[in-house]
Design a protein. Sequence first.
Length: 339
Amino acid sequence: MNYKGYNRETYLEGMKKTLDLRPVIESYMEDIFSQGIENIVLCGIGGTISIMLPIEKFLKKRTKMPVYVENAAELVLGNNKAVGEKSLVVLYSASGTTKETVAAVRYCNEHHIPNIGVSYKKDTPLYDELKYPILGIGEDEYSCDGDYMNLFLIASAFLKKNGDMPDYESFMQALARLPEAMADTKEEADAAMKELAYDIKDETYHMLVGAGNVWGPTYCFAMCYMEEMQWMKTKSIQSPEFFHGTLELLEEDTNIMIFNGEDETRPLTDRVIHFANKISKKVRVIDTKDYVPGKVDEKYRGDFSPAILEAVLGRLTAHLEDATGHSLDIRRYYRVMEY
């Protein structure tokens, strides 16, 4: 079977190389904590801030140390006085050239704020400016599952060094098995996602709903892939917020895509599914629980839900490009016009 833009062997090799970054990141954390760290700041913009959101949940469940999520364009304004020399700022830009992220790392360096981050390319402004640079490996143009591997390595090493992760070794063993599960997920989901892509290609309006640690992938898929890359009109909404405004826009022919994960917020999304099925005839649910049963350590299935969801959505993205005939590479304004 042909999987557009995906080769299992290449995919797993990239993930293995990502896991090989572990000792580098652990070494970085030794040096970072020797400086005295009082909080961690996840900093991004657009797609990168969306992939930080599940990591925020991952960290907050395990540490009492303050965890902040800051938009890169706002960080440089200095309007969060908790961000300073005792912070660790985590940055991410696949291209290494995102203007706001580059400005954020320069702000950090000017203010002597420790920073660590990922770029998939060397000799880029971000990589060159980072105090603790990580060269990303295993980038997937259709999804962010590789990004989560990098961020889980950073976050878990941070927690371990702070004394918040006694199960660090067992988590790392589970993380090492995750790429096989994500590859299996891509292959399990491919046919269904192709069908879904052709089902929704002509819809004029899409609601996308998610909660907890799959809210980040929900927002990312709506904003990055559907809006920016496909010029589709979307409304992305968190499950608990759905019943405060958005529900009034739901009609019989409204396309509503609901993404369900396996963390503590699952009942909140179940509630939306139950309601939506009363109104719309176009309710599409993607549930991480349906994929690779028994192939992800049960203890960490909730934590890994964003990566499993991304593996599924990566196949939907690939087929959506074919279904609409609209290349993912075409932009009218983004990085085309000055703004």
